[in-house]
Write a protein that binds this ligand. Structure first.
Ligand SMILES: CCCCCCCCCCCCCC(=O)SCCNC(=O)CCNC(=O)[C@H](O)C(C)(C)COP(=O)(O)OP(=O)(O)OC[C@H]1O[C@@H](n2cnc3c(N)ncnc32)[C@H](O)[C@@H]1OP(=O)(O)O
Length: 220
């Protein structure tokens, strides 16, 4: 442990020596419904539960010692099986909430087409901003990913966010299933203008509009 309390472990990269990607996010990423095995989704749910419980816990000093030892063992097991971003189950398992990507709030896609996406998202204790409401950054993360998916499906191309404007209209509660609806506003060459709402029943919690750019081949 260094003096500022950070770990001295090597950063997690999972890089591969030969970099075959064409730039940006790949629409041809190695999507899968079985990578990591039939219990990979259950593993991700346990990790998400851990994130919630870690956020909510007030452990004793003894328990902190114990948990550090146990997590050191778990981290070593995971470090032994690191892989690059394109082939990792995380982010590519399209059968799992948020493609099995713990970075994203766990959303479930109900409908996805070239005119928009309908999804349900539930923020939990890990996503707490304050006073039982979701952190605005996680709301933005959900919008960014679902709008990125919207842009990719509408164009069949790899896209990146140029701008994303979020308006927070009312409190976004935790532990409540919210609906997210996205739509294509207009397409102008490489520019994809998109919009989205997040609702608790009929109540508008947040809305977003954004511009995504279809990347040129090889663009990072
Ligand atoms: C089923 C499975 C599906 C899988 C789905 C996977 C989903 C994954 C979802 C993941 C989602 C996560 C997504 C993420 O998190 S992406 C991560 C966050 N975004 C970035 O890091 C992007 C950083 N920026 C750039 O790379 C470049 O600036 C880009 C690529 C955006 C444009 O640089 P580029 O050199 O390529 O283009 P250009 O500069 O010639 O501009 C082109 C046109 O656009 C107009 N313009 C540009 N910027 C702005 C602006 N801010 N406001 C208004 N207009 C803007 C510009 O005026 C021009 O217009 P015109 O003069 O032609 O009229």
């Amino acid at each position: 442990m260094s003096i500022d309390g950070t770990s001295e472990s090597a950063p997690v990269t999972g890089e591969r020596t030969e970099d075959a990607h064409e730039g940006g996010f790949r629409t041809d990423m190695m999507i899968s419904v079985d990578r990591g095995g039939p219990r990979y989704g259950e593993f991700i749910e346990k990790v998400r539960e851990f994130m919630d419980r870690a956020r909510a816990a007030f452990p004793s000093e003894e328990l902190v010692d114990e948990l550090i030892d146990e997590l050191t063992v778990v981290n070593a097991k995971l470090a032994a099986v690191e892989i690059n971003e394109w082939e990792s189950p995380s982010g590519t398992r399209i059968d799992l909430p948020a493609r099995g990507n713990i970075t994203l709030p766990p959303y479930l896609v109900d409908k996805a087409g070239d005119d928009g996406v309908q999804a349900r998202v539930t923020f939990t204790r890990f996503h707490l901003g304050g006073n039982n409401a979701a952190h605005g950054g996680f709301i933005c993360t959900a919008f960014d990913d679902l709008l990125g998916m919207t842009s990719a499906l509408a164009t069949g191309k790899v896209t990146r966010t140029a701008y994303l404007t979020v308006n927070y209209r009312s409190i976004t509660p935790l532990n409540t299933e919210l609906t997210v609806s996205t739509s294509i506003v207009r397409l102008e060459g490489r520019k994809i203008f998109v919009a989205a709402t997040m609702k608790d029943g009929e109540r508008l919690c947040a809305e977003a509009d954004g511009l995504f750019i279809a990347l040129n081949p090889g663009q990072p």
